[in-house]
Design a protein. Sequence first.
Length: 133
Amino acid sequence: RPRPPCTPPLPIWPLSTPPTQKEVKDMARFLSLWRISPSGPWPTDPTENAKVYETIFAAIDNLLETGEMLEFGFFQGATSGYVISTGEAKDSFRRAFSFYPFFEIEGREILSYETGKEVMRAVLKDKIEAMKQ
């Protein structure tokens, strides 16, 4: 029995005014891994399926243009990929949930090498100082 046409996700509007370069540098960054959800309400009719994808592409284009999403990419096979974005955890969650139930998304906050190195050095210094007492 064919699936009924589904409602594609609504266009995702900017969460705020696009950030400046300094603001982006100071924001948390997120790496999100996405994959197409096989249990999502994908239409089986090719025309309807194409409409859903065009709506999704428009939402992604909007997020890239506003700076909410820094990068969007595909892995080989085109059924999964990644997103790099900035903001707060709630921003990342909102973006991910906007694509549910069509995609399954796993997000992680990421630190730059320089930030990680700075934090690790501070912790190691604190441990050395604690051992002297």
